[in-house]
Write a protein that binds this ligand. Structure first.
Ligand SMILES: Nc1ncnc2c1ncn2[C@@H]1O[C@H](COP(=O)(O)OP(=O)(O)O)[C@@H](O)[C@H]1O
Ligand SMILES: [Mg+2]
Length: 373
C-alpha cells in the first residue's frame, strides 16, 4: 500500500514558513494533483514526499512507514521534473537503465524492463540517441521512462509538461492519464495549470500560501468551490464576481448589487442573514443567459460588449455592466457585436454566493443540485 499521509506537517526555510500546517491524505493508487499559483508551496510539498527537503515538524508517512528520517533512495518513490534532468552523456537506453544499474538489479531484468518501458512510451527508435538529439516531447518521455522502470510505489511529477508547446502538452497529458490506468500506482502531480489538474486528477488539491483550500473530485471543485480562491482559480474564463449586500426584511431576504436585485434562494440558507451583510455573487461566464425572455423570470443585468473573441463553437465576450466588468461565454449563433448593449440573465440555480469577509462559500451543504454543469 502506498498511501501518502501528512500529519501536522510544517516546513520553513529559515524564518520563512512556506507550509504552515499540512494535514493531507493521498489515497493509494489515486492520481492526485496539487494545483495553485506559482510560489504557493506545491514543489516544496512534493520535495518533502521525495525526501529532498526535510519536514520542519510533524510526520510524513508513505504506506505504513513514517519516513521523516528515511533517505530519498529508500522511500520507494520516483520523481519526474519539469527540467527532465537527463544525463547528457548517456544515450536513451543508458538513461533508462541507469537507476536500475545503481540499484544493482540483475542485467537480464534491466534489459527486460527497459525494453518494456521503451515500447510503452514509443522510444524504441531512439534508444541509441543522446538527449540533445531528441525533441522536447521525446526527452520528457525518457524522463518518465526512467521513473517507470524503477516500479516505485509512488510517482511524483513536478510540472512535467510546462516546457512543451500546447499541442504536445495536450498529447502528453492524455498519455500520462493512460499510463496511470496501466500502472495502477499512486501519482502526486504538481501543476499551476488548472486544465491539467481538472483533466488528469482523480482528486484535486487546491493550494494557496501553503494551505489546502479544497480537496475533491475535479467537478466537485468546479461545481461547489469552497471559497472565492477556488472559484476564481478553477474554470476559464474566470468566474465573475459581483459585490453585493444582503437585505433582510422579515422572513425574506434579497441580495442587492449595483444594477441588480437577486432573490436569496434557499440554496444559501446555511448561514445567519443578520450576521453576513457583505457578499460576493459568483456566476460563471458560461452560465450567463443571453437576452432571456421574460417568462424565464431571471434576475437580469445590462451590459455593453467591449471585446468579442470567437473561439469556434463559442464566443468569449468582455462586458461592461452596471455591476462592473463581466465575462460571458456564449454559443456562436448569438448575434452579438462590439458596442451592443445586451441583457443577461442569472439563473438562480447556477449562482454562487460567498461571504465577502471570509471568502467562504455560502452554499448550504445539503444543496444537491449542482451549481453549474
Ligand atoms: N530552498 C529554499 N529556500 C528558501 N525559500 C524557498 C526554498 N524553496 C522554496 N522556497 C520558497 O517557498 C515558497 C514556495 O515555493 P515552491 O514550493 O517552489 O512553490 P511552487 O512550486 O508552488 O511554485 C516560495 O516563496 C519559494 O521562494
Ligand atoms: Mg514549483
Amino acid at each position: 500500500m502506498a498511501e501518502v499521509r501528512f500529519k501536522n506537517v510544517t516546513k520553513s526555510f529559515g524564518d520563512v514558513t512556506v507550509i504552515p500546517k499540512l494535514d493531507l491524505v493521498i489515497p493509494d493508487k489515486k492520481f492526485v494533483v496539487l494545483v495553485g499559483p506559482s510560489g504557493c508551496g506545491k514543489s516544496t510539498t512534493l520535495r518533502l514526499i521525495a525526501g529532498l527537503e526535510e519536514v520542519s515538524s510533524g510526520s510524513l508517512f508513505i504506506g505504513e512507514n513514517k519516513v521523516n528520517n528515511v533517505l530519498p533512495r529508500n522511500r520507494d518513490i520516483a520523481m519526474v521534473f519539469q527540467s527532465y534532468a537527463l544525463y547528457p552523456h548517456m544515450n536513451v537506453w543508458e538513461n533508462l537503465a541507469f537507476g536500475l544499474t545503481l540499484r544493482k538489479i540483475d542485467k537480464q531484468e534491466i534489459r527486460k524492463r527497459v525494453k518494456e518501458v521503451s515500447k510503452t512510451l514509443g522510444l524504441e527508435m531512439f534508444l541509441k540517441r543522446r538527449p540533445k538529439d531528441l525533441s522536447g516531447g521525446q526527452r520528457q518521455r525518457v524522463a518518465m521512462g526512467r521513473a517507470i522502470v524503477r516500479r516505485p510505489s509512488v510517482f511524483l511529477f513536478d510540472e512535467p509538461l510546462s516546457n512543451l508547446d500546447a499541442k504536445l502538452r495536450a498529447e502528453m497529458r492524455r498519455e500520462i492519464a493512460k499510463l496511470h490506468r496501466r500502472l495502477e500506482t499512486t501519482i502526486v502531480y504538481v501543476t499551476h495549470d488548472q486544465v491539467e489538474a481538472m483533466t488528469l486528477a482523480d482528486c484535486v488539491v487546491a493550494m494557496k500560501d501553503g494551505i489546502v483550500q479544497q480537496m475533491g473530485e475535479p467537478l466537485e471543485l468546479y461545481r461547489r468551490p469552497a471559497n472565492l480562491f477556488v472559484a476564481g482559480f478553477i474554470g476559464t474564463p474566470q468566474m465573475n464576481f459581483i459585490n453585493g449586500e444582503i437585505e433582510a426584511s422579515g422572513r425574506d431576504a434579497k441580495i442587492v448589487t449595483k444594477g441588480m436585485e437577486l432573490r436569496l434562494s434557499s440554496r444559501f440558507s446555511g448561514f445567519d442573514k443578520e450576521d453576513v451583510k457583505e457578499v460576493v455573487v459568483g456566476i460563471r461566464p458560461s452560465d450567463l443567459v443571453v437576452s432571456p425572455s421574460s417568462k424565464d423570470s431571471l434576475a437580469t443585468i445590462k451590459a455593453s460588449v467591449e471585446v468579442r473573441e470567437p473561439m469556434g463553437a463559442e464566443v468569449f465576450l468582455s462586458l461592461d455592466s452596471e455591476a462592473g466588468p463581466l465575462q460571458a461565454r456564449v454559443e456562436n449563433h448569438h448575434k452579438v457585436d462590439v458596442g451592443d448593449t445586451i441583457t443577461f440573465g442569472i439563473p438562480e440555480d447556477k449562482m454562487h454566493l460567498f461571504n465577502k469577509e471570509t471568502g467562504v462559500s455560502m452554499l448550504s451543504l445539503d444543496d444537491e443540485k449542482p451549481a453549474a454543469e
